[in-house]
Design a protein around this ligand. Structure first.
Ligand code: IMP
Ligand code: MG
Length: 179
């Protein structure tokens, strides 16, 4: 048995809706960016989205390279701590590179804003933000996505990479935990 109570999840976006939106995002990105980009996915939440998006980018005629960065701004709860720490860094050199920085959800904006500043300070040519979800009402720093999958209300959501206490990342859809 898992150490937290696993409850049912009500669907906000089905697997089919997500797949269609990921295809749409790939088209938008292919129009706006050069073919040769480095996708940097923020772990852990961004890995499912990244896996689907890079294959959609391939289909849209791009040649994305991929790297990962583990950042931590949350404990095991549902409130951002405000402190962003690098748990694991990328291994690629970003000097002169066009980067698509990707994460599961834009909330306060602290996580991706900190990552973008770091990459620009290392000499990246450009850094565009691609967020699967956006909670516009929760922003604490100035930070907007260049490409956004879906806007969501101020609810805690799980699935498709997003977790609650490290569970639910495996759900093929996105939803809210039932009370
Ligand atoms: P920010 O730095 O406040 O924008 O936090 C973004 C990070 O918080 C995301 O990468 C997620 O890991 C996490 N997060 C924010 N909202 C949710 C949610 O509703 N469900 C699961 N994780 C969330
Ligand atoms: Mg995350």
């Amino acid at each position: 048995m898992p150490p937290v109570e696993i409850r049912n999840v009500s669907t906000l976006f089905s697997a089919e809706e997500i797949a269609a939106r990921v295809e749409g995002l790939a088209g938008e990105i292919a129009e706006a960016m050069p073919e040769d980009i480095l996708v940097i996915a923020i772990l852990k939440g961004g890995f499912v989205f990244a896996a689907d998006l890079i294959r959609a980018l391939h289909g849209a005629g791009m040649y994305p390279r991929v790297d990962f960065m583990t950042l931590s701004s949350y404990g095991v709860g549902t409130e951002s701590s405000g402190n962003v720490t690098i748990v694991r860094d990328i291994s690629d050199d970003v000097q002169g590179v066009d980067i698509l920085l990707l994460d599961d959800i834009l909330e306060s904006g602290r996580t991706v804003a900190a990552a973008r500043e770091l990459l620009l300070s290392r000499g990246a040519r450009s850094v565009k933000l691609c967020m699967l979800l956006d909670k516009p009402g929760k922003r604490k720093v100035e930070c907007e996505a260049d490409f956004c999958g879906f806007s969501v209300p101020d609810l805690f959501v799980v699935g498709y990479g997003l977790d609650f206490a490290h569970y639910y990342r495996d759900l093929p859809f996105i939803g809210t935990i039932d009370e």
